[in-house]
Design a protein around this ligand. Structure first.
Ligand code: GN1
Ligand code: MG
Length: 361
C-alpha cells in the first residue's frame, strides 16, 4: 500500500516527503487512509486519501462534480464554515485514475473526532444540529443540477422488490437460512415502502438530502465537542428529509454498534432519539411541510427496514456490495437492523409524541 499511496500523492503533487499512513476503518464502501508528509521545515502535514469503490459508484467523476457544486454553494453562503477541500492533479482534475483504473481523491485532513456509538446526549443533539443545518443550507439548492450518483438509492419499494427477487433466485443457497428475516420483511413491506411510493408519485416535496447520515459522517472538534463539518457527500442527491432523519436515528439512537451480534444488546433508545430530534428538527422545522414533519418516525422505520433488506440481499447474493470482515457479517448487520426496526415500531407512538412536543418547544 505504501508504494500505491506514494504514487497517488505524487500525482497530486503534494509537497514534502511521504512520512506515514494509517488505514481508516470507518465506512463500508470506500477505502480511506490518513497520509502524512514531512515538510522541508520538518513540520508534519496530513491528508485524507480515498479510493472510491467504483463497483458501487459507477461514475465517480459525476460524484466529484456533485461534491464541487454542493460545497461551493455552502461555501458561498457561509464562507467562514470549515469545508472539505479536494486537491487537484497536474492536469487540473480533482481526482486521479491510476493505471489499475482505481479512482483516487485527496482532501485536507481535519483533525477531529467522529462517533460510532456514544452515550453523550450533547454530542447526539449536536449531530442532529449538524445534519439539520446541512439540510437547511441546501434548501435553496437546485437539486436538478445534481447527478443521481446511485439510481433509486433510497427507493425502499424497489430495494424490497429486489430482495425478494434475489431470494427467489437464491444464487448462493442462503435464502432458506434467512426465511424468518424474509418473512418479517414481507410482513412490513407495504408500511416500509409507503413513503418511497409517495415520493415517486410526486406526493412529497423533492429536497436535496445527504442520504448517508450516520453519526460518523459528522466531524467534531476534539476539545470543544462542537460539530465541525458534515462529510461523505457521495450520495448527496434529491431525496426525503425523513430518510436523512431516519438514517441518522437508526444509527445514533441504537444502544449498540451497527453490527452487534448479541441482539439482547440492541434497542432503540428514546432518550437518544429525543436528543437527536431536538437538534435536527430545530434546524429544519420552518422549511419542511407538516406532512414531512408528521412522517419522521415512519422515515426512521422505513430506512431501517430498507438497510436490513440491503444487508440481507447482499448476504443472499454472496457479499458483493458491502465490505465484510467475516462470512456472516452482512447477516449479523441485517438482524441488528431488523431488531431496531421492530423496536421503532413498538415505540412508534412515543416517538411521534416526542417529535410533536419537540416541534412545539
Ligand atoms: C454505507 O460506507 P458508508 O459506511 O458511508 C452505505 C450506506 C449505508 C451504510 C451502512 C453508498 O455507507 O447507504 O447506510 O454503509 N453507502 C452506500 O453502514 O451504499
Ligand atoms: Mg457513505
Amino acid at each position: 500500500m505504501f508504494e500505491t499511496l506514494k504514487h497517488v500523492g505524487d500525482a497530486f503533487g503534494l509537497a514534502g516527503e511521504f512520512y506515514s499512513y494509517d488505514v481508516i476503518t470507518m465506512g463500508n464502501i470506500n477505502s480511506t487512509f490518513k497520509v502524512t508528509y514531512i515538510l522541508e521545515n520538518k513540520a508534519l502535514k496530513s491528508y485524507l486519501f480515498q479510493k472510491v469503490n467504483t463497483n458501487v459508484f459507477k461514475n465517480p467523476v459525476e460524484i466529484m462534480e456533485n461534491i464541487d457544486r454542493v460545497t461551493s454553494h455552502i461555501r458561498s453562503k457561509f464562507p467562514s464554515q470549515l469545508s472539505l477541500h479536494f486537491y487537484h492533479t497536474g492536469d487540473g482534475k480533482n481526482y486521479y485514475v491510476s493505471e489499475k483504473d482505481y479512482f483516487w481523491r485527496v482532501s485536507n485532513f481535519v483533525d477531529s473526532v467522529a462517533y460510532n456509538v456514544t452515550e453523550d446526549l450533547v454530542v447526539i443533539a449536536s449531530t442532529g444540529e449538524a445534519f439539520g443545518r446541512f439540510q437547511m443550507q441546501l434548501a435553496d439548492f437546485d437539486g436538478s443540477t445534481l447527478h443521481e450518483t446511485i439510481k433509486d438509492f433510497h427507493n425502499t419499494k424497489l430495494r424490497l422488490d429486489k430482495l425478494f427477487e434475489d431470494a427467489g433466485i437464491d444464487p448462493v443457497n442462503r435464502a432458506e437460512s434467512v426465511a424468518e428475516e424474509l418473512a418479517y420483511i414481507a410482513s412490513v413491506r407495504d408500511t416500509a415502502s409507503k413513503l418511497s411510493i409517495m415520493f415517486e408519485n410526486g406526493d412529497l416535496p423533492v429536497r436535496v438530502t445527504h442520504n448517508d447520515t450516520k453519526a460518523n459522517n459528522v466531524l467534531f472538534d476534539k476539545i470543544t465537542k462542537r460539530p465541525l463539518l458534515v462529510i461523505d457527500l457521495d450520495t448527496v442527491m434529491p431525496g426525503m428529509p425523513m430518510y436523512d432523519f431516519g438514517d441518522a436515528v437508526r444509527f445514533i439512537a441504537s444502544t449498540a454498534e451497527e453490527d452487534e451480534p448479541d441482539l439482547n444488546k440492541v434497542y432503540f433508545d428514546t432518550g437518544k432519539f429525543r436528543a437527536f430530534a431536538k437538534g435536527f428538527l430545530g434546524q429544519v422545522k420552518d422549511s419542511l411541510t407538516k406532512k414531512e414533519l408528521d412522517n419522521m418516525v415512519l422515515g426512521a422505520f422505513s430506512i431501517t427496514v430498507e438497510l436490513a433488506a440491503r444487508f440481507l440481499d447482499d448476504y443472499i447474493t454472496g457479499d458483493k456490495y458491502f465490505k465484510i470482515n467475516y462470512p456472516q457479517h452482512n447477516l449479523v448487520r441485517a438482524r441488528c437492523q431488523l431488531k431496531l426496526a421492530k423496536d421503532i415500531m413498538r415505540k412508534a407512538d412515543e416517538l411521534k409524541w416526542i417529535v410533536r412536543t419537540t416541534l412545539s418547544e
